[in-house]
Structure formats: C-alpha cells, structure tokens
Ligand binder design. Structure first.
Ligand code: SF4
Ligand code: SF4
Length: 163
C-alpha cells in the first residue's frame, strides 16, 4: 500500500509518534519521514539536538523526544512537510496539533476548518488556534489546530473554505 500510494499504514504512523505519556507532558515533534532520502534540514535546524540523521545524509531521522521542546522550527524548515507537533498537555479530550500549511488563503485564528486524514479525506471539523507565517522563503507557515483526541493519529492536514 505505502509503496504504491505513499500513504503510511496506521502501524507505520504510530511508530513515528512519541509515547502518549510524552505527548501528554507538552508539545513534541512527530517526524514522519519514511523513506531514505538525501535530506537533513530538520537535523540542522534543531537547536536542541533532538533530531539525529548521522553521517549518511540518506538515513531516516530519529527523534529524541526528551530533548524536543516542540518549538516547531524543524516543522517549518522541512521541505517534505513531514513533521508536525502534537501537544496533549492542555486537555484530556483534545490535542493541539501544529501542521505545515502551504496553501492560500491561510486560515485565521478562531476559524473552524475541515480536518483531513493522510488520504485527504475529511474526518472532522477542527478549530484553528494560531497561524504563524514566517514570510521567509525557506520557512513554511504553521497552523495550530485543536482536535479531538480520537483523531490524533489520523489528522494530518486541513482544508479551508474559499474566501
Ligand atoms: S520541535 Fe523544535 S526541539 Fe523538537 S525536534 Fe523540532 S526543532 Fe527540535
Ligand atoms: S527535513 Fe523533512 S524530509 Fe528532510 S529528512 Fe528531515 S523530516 Fe525528512
């Protein structure tokens, strides 16, 4: 399935997530890089040495979740939009998720948008909490949403209504 479509299985996705105990402590990166490719901006962008690729630039990045502060710099720098940040410390019923978002128009804080899974299917309405637009050519805008915990391993993108 993954080789044909590029869509990871739920098992593959869960392997990339830090343990739920870490997610519930505060924001932490989820580095969804599945293929060996020559790429490393995530590693070089992290000031906390939380991502390691090693000597071979083709290696798959490995996250040390204890070093990660959830700052989302790597997320903004990843050309593959492969990273998100999840924070389960704010509520027992919801999680906050930072997502890379490269479409226009950008949503606005307070807006309700459609939450999409990795196949692009609508799975829920989610609330936009914050939009960070770095206005730098090498940084991707970051949209923070609040989503129900039941879709934490499914939510991967959003869709706004045309304005
Ligand atoms: S979220 Fe921040 S601390 Fe965590 S891996 Fe990315 S750059 Fe490093
Ligand atoms: S920057 Fe993104 S695509 Fe490149 S190695 Fe890191 S996670 Fe993978």
């Amino acid at each position: 399935m993954f080789e044909k479509t590029g869509i990871p299985s739920e098992e593959m996705i869960r392997e990339k997530f830090p343990p739920i105990e870490r997610i519930n402590k505060g924001p932490v990166a989820v580095v969804e890089c599945y293929k060996e490719i020559p790429c490393n901006p995530c590693e070089t962008a992290c000031r906390f040495s939380a991502i390691t690729i090693g000597e071979d630039i083709n290696n798959i990045p490995v996250l040390n979740e204890d070093n990660c502060t959830g700052c989302a710099i790597c997320l903004s720098k990843c050309p593959g939009l492969a990273i998100m940040v999840v924070d389960g410390s704010k509520s027992d019923t919801t999680v906050q998720v930072k997502l890379p978002y490269e479409f226009l128009p950008l949503p606005s804080a307070g807006e309700t948008v459609k939450g999409l899974d990795r196949e692009g299917k609508i799975i829920a309405d989610v609330k936009v909490l914050q939009v960070q637009n770095p206005k730098s050519f090498d940084r991707t805008p970051v949209v923070t949403i609040e989503a129900d915990r039941s879709i934490m391993y499914k939510i991967r993108n959003i869709r706004t209504e045309a304005k």
